[in-house]
Design a protein around this ligand. Structure first.
Ligand code: SF4
Length: 364
């Protein structure tokens, strides 16, 4: 439709209205299913994961001890930051249950859509991403990490699935133009195959945890799954998480150093300065802050606690209340944030040394 906002995976509008999108595309609120899980992850408890499709199937597997698959692709394009960590946290959570984890590395898509060569993607995937995934706690048992270009099962399935979708549909979903190369147009079909191929081995529910910008892929995958009667696929389930705000208030991005904290950052004066100059929800003056209290909902520091640095709900509530009452000042709060961050990064840095060797073993 002319004038209508098109959400595509290649381009994220910063002011996406989640509610509007959920209603329009039939995504259900995650909070309605939360109490079905005995021990939901903090990202679920805190509303960071806010929507789902068919997560009931996954709940059934979790509660009944049944097997399911989780597919989470990566397209390495720079350093891994805290926004990326969110997905890994979810994979680790599902590993506590009977999940088989699939991690496709989108080297074909990176080549077609961004012109990045295969060797560079592989090196970045191993040294930056897989190394961090392992260091963060992902276990390699029941985890399959592969390069799309090297997985013939996925490629063969994609060739067959390609018959089930036409160019008009692809253009309507992704906004491709006459200038788009054919590889780029085919890339989403490879991703559909990434998501559906675990069911070729064993028919089981598959979950794809994504940001809302990836929903066009999910819808396409579910449509194609329904069109392939010969495979009898279960429609894949999905969850949707919020994006992390960048340190300066906009989007967190690998290409804008000042907006992100990277997993390979070392505790340093530079990092301390970055945290101390984060956008907060504090008032203009200290006097006003004491009088009216801060606004944690608009604060990047609070978001770091909420998403990553404070696992204990009681501790988080205390920070929230002390901020709202004006008892906690932004200066002290940012100092606390830097301390927590330092502790986390030191530990991660040590674990990454061992993880790097394991990561290279996987794709050798
Ligand atoms: Fe943010 Fe902390 Fe300031 Fe509250 S006190 S606005 S949580 S930095």
């Amino acid at each position: 439709q002319k004038g209508e906002r098109l959400i595509t995976p290649w381009e994220v509008s910063e002011d996406i209205d989640y509610k509007e999108t959920m209603e329009k595309f039939g995504i259900k609120p995650f909070k309605d299913i939360l109490n079905k899980l005995e021990t939901p992850h903090r990202l679920m408890r805190r509303g960071v994961i806010f929507g789902h499709r068919d997560f009931e199937n996954i709940v059934e597997c979790i509660r009944g001890g049944k097997r399911f698959a989780v597919v989470s692709g990566m397209m390495p394009s720079g350093r891994m930051h805290f926004g990326h960590k969110m997905v890994v946290d979810q994979l680790i959570y599902y590993q506590n249950y009977n999940a088989e984890i699939y991690i496709p590395i989108a080297d074909l898509e990176a080549y077609w859509a961004r012109g990045i060569d295969f060797e560079r993607i592989k090196k970045l995937a191993v040294e930056e991403y897989i190394t961090n995934y392992i260091a963060l706690g992902l276990t390699l048992k029941n985890t399959r990490i592969y390069l799309q270009s090297q997985n013939s099962v996925v490629k063969d399935l994609a060739l067959k699935l390609a018959k089930r979708v036409n160019l008009s549909e692809m253009k309507a979903i992704y906004g491709f133009s006459g200038e788009t190369n054919i590889g780029h147009i085919f890339a989403p079909i490879i991703q559909v195959a990434d998501i559906l191929h675990p069911q070729l081995e064993e028919r089981m529910p598959v979950l794809v945890p994504v940001g809302i910008d990836q929903d066009p892929h999910i819808r396409l995958t579910r449509d194609i799954a329904g069109r392939c009667k010969e495979y009898n696929f279960i429609h894949p389930s999905s969850t949707y998480h919020r994006f992390m705000t960048g340190l300066t208030g906009g989007k967190m991005s690998s290409s804008k150093e000042e907006t992100a904290i990277f997993l390979s950052d070392k505790p340093s004066e530079e990092l301390r300065k970055k945290v101390m100059s984060c956008k907060t929800g504090g008032r203009e003056t200290l006097e006003d802050h004491r009088k009216y209290g801060g606004v944690p909902e608009k604060c990047v520091v609070y978001e770091l606690y909420l998403y990553h640095l404070v696992d204990d709900d009681r501790e988080l509530r205390e920070i929230y209340e002390r901020c709202r009452s004006g008892d906690l000042t932004c200066g002290r709060c940012k100092k606390l944030c830097y301390e927590k961050l330092t502790e986390f990064l030191k530990d991660l840095n040590e674990r990454r040394e061992v993880a790097r060797e394991q990561a290279w073993e996987i794709l050798r």
